[in-house]
Design a binder for this molecule. Sequence first.
Ligand code: BGC
Length: 490
Amino acid sequence: MVGLGPKHPPSRKGSMHDVPQNLLQQIKDFEERFTVDQATLKKIVAHFVKELEKGLTVEGGNIPMNVTWVLGFPDGNEQGTFLALDMGGTNLRVCEITLTDAKGAFDITQSKYKMPEELRTGTAEELWEYIADCLQQFIEFHHEDENLTKLPLGFTFSYPATQDYIDHGVLQRWTKGFDIDGVEGEDVVPPLEAILKKRGLPIKVAALINDTTGTLIASSYTDSDMKIGCIFGTGVNAAYMEDVGSVPKLAHMGLPADMPVAINCEYGAFDNERIVLPLTKYDEIIDRDSPRPGQQAFEKMTAGLYLGEIFRLALVDILDSHPGLIFKEQDTSKLRKPYLLDASFLANIEEDPYENLTESLELFERELNIRPTQPELEMVRRLAELIGTRAARLSACGVAAICTKKNIESCHVGADGSVFTKYPHFKARGAQALREILDWAPEEKDKVTIMAAEDGSGVGAALIAALTLKRVKAGNLAGIRNMDDMKTLL
Ligand code: BGC
């Protein structure tokens, strides 16, 4: 294996002495399937760079490279009170953010609502009703008996959307396991505004935002070295600032070539053509059985939504292809349930501090009704480590590709999402992969550093709404659907 420097996170390879030969063979097979070496990383990044370029052309490619109409970074003087609605993969969050006089400062009030699982595959009407319920509850609770004027809303809708204007977004396709009929191909702003109007809520969408763009803008607000905003969570994606002149698909608009515009890459769709990604048979099954086969190839190998399922499929594979080899005479029926395990299951195994893996044993008993033997525990630990490491190393490819495309030698990358914040060793493994891809000398410090971001879908959304209103005030029409409408928010 390449690059096992002193910074490389610990591996349990050394604790395998008590594992019988036939299990060792399984581990070896998994190692072959899931290890992504330096040469492969480099090959992936080279293809990734080309695909990012392609997405910016008129013809387009796998990676959508969506224009966001966020035209530049905040300067710290943004002010005002904004609502932010964050429709991520798991929760719905409503925030009220006041950007205060002090440069770069803000106050925030927020409420979180659990998105009911059924909503993911329900109807569009149920979705909008639920969102309106949350907004209404928030307003009633925090502004009881107040006579509110219209509040500008930054709506963080973290799915690929084509934006002709900043307050417009046609859903290209659902991702992250969502499958709600009648939304794909439609602008999501009008149905939201219609329901807000019906309920008499004084709210107007000022900007539709992706979580990555929000992360980029919020992070750059406090750190001017931030050049990329990333999410490593239920889904994966990144945004960065491009010059209009480097976006051929914007050429027809006659905008100044040096005008900055944030691009929401939507690179979860990288390599849908399956040219370079080292797919395993488990990745193939995940794709085949997903609501959108053939889509989000890169995301399905790296995002939190899928890590537990990859692990489960690998274990089921041993059960089926080598009956009696593992979990002998145990009831394995629970393990047969798709998506029973989430990424936290792997994270907990990787975090087990005990040499005899007692916590992993308890986890298996509790969640799966299975009592693995000690060698089996060693094997599942190694499997979790391999899947987590692969996700981190592949994730680094997206960041490296943007840096390469933009000739960025050193920068900060603002990152958020459950995998980044909670999965053990994800950061160190990603940093190690960046080092291997970008060929830093051993004595050199990390030049591209992926670090925890500011709250993109809260503060970032408010900042983008503020930047939009600033443009409206200045009469900069680019990417504004209806100037008069927007002026009602000033
Ligand atoms: C979505 C992106 C989003 C990412 C992270 C992906 O599935 O398509 O819009 O940024 O997840 O939330």
